[in-house]
Design a protein. Structure first.
Length: 263
């Protein structure tokens, strides 16, 4: 029987968002005492919206240092997590940058600009003594320049909503995500319906990613959904892992797959 896993992924980690997550993380830790280890992947924004670098937050650094000691994973998640590019000029770009998200920081960047932000992000992690294996762009949006810049730097993986990509070669590995849009009542209602469909659709996925955001923690319906889903997945026998651990120990062997296809 193929082992099935899930990753609990907290997006947009910063000094100002940690209070949103704190109660949920404490609840998950209590759940792990009953059901088994539930490591967490933390997507850390070095200077969220330019309102304060993580390296200067003693509280957040203590939290993340302690989480690393527990076996959790820290991932670089953009730098400012805001879209500072000139306003959109096409309908497609308007949709992607103003309707889908306002925070696609790496969506339009050229290679040099993307590379500079990646270097600054790694430097911030280094200053805190944190490893930086993975990189996830805000809203999972990356320009071609960002992709080239990633190939030139020592990241182990990146992702989009449906796949993980080993770096530097961008080899895709199927790993679907469930994500909510909780900013308004109608979005929360729609998310509840869509996520139920996704749970059935992704039931056999080798790795299922749960993509949580700070706003999810502010509403009882979304908070309860995520807590109960973690509890349900553990009860169904899925093992909780960080994304990096799954890639290192459970992901399909790409070299073996290539050899088989060549034969």
């Amino acid at each position: 029987m193929v082992e099935r896993h899930f990753s609990l992924v907290l997006h947009d980690i910063a000094p100002e968002t940690w209070p949103d997550y704190q109660g949920f993380v404490e609840a998950i830790d209590r759940l792990s005492e009953r059901l088994g280890p539930i490591p967490i992947t933390w997507l850390v924004v070095p200077d969220f919206h330019g309102r304060g670098a993580c390296r200067y937050s003693d509280e957040l650094r203590r939290v993340l240092d302690s989480r690393l000691a527990r076996g959790d994973e820290l991932v670089l998640h953009g730098y400012f997590h805001r879209d500072d590019a000139p306003r959109p000029r096409t309908l497609h770009d308007f949709y992607m940058r103003r309707i889908y998200t306002w925070e696609g920081e790496f969506y339009t960047l050229d290679q040099a600009t993307a590379g500079a932000l990646l270097d600054d992000g790694m430097a911030q992690f280094d200053a805190c003594g944190w490893p930086h294996g993975g990189f996830v762009a805000p809203a999972w949006l990356m320009s071609q320049g960002t992709r080239v810049a990633l190939r030139q730097r020592p990241f182990t993986y990146t992702s989009d909503p449906q796949q993980l990509y080993r770096l530097p070669g961008f080899e895709p590995i199927k790993a679907p995500s469930i994500v909510w849009s909780a900013r308004s009542a109608w979005r929360r209602g729609m998310s509840r319906v869509v996520s139920a469909v996704q749970q059935r659709r992704f039931k056999q996925a080798a790795l299922l990613r749960l993509a949580l955001h700070p706003v999810d923690m502010r509403y009882r319906v979304s908070y309860d959904y995520w807590y109960r889903l973690v509890e349900q997945l553990m009860g169904e026998g899925r093992q909780a892992v960080t994304k990096q651990h799954w890639l290192d120990h459970h992901a399909p062997d790409l070299a073996m797959r290539k050899d088989r296809s060549a034969a």
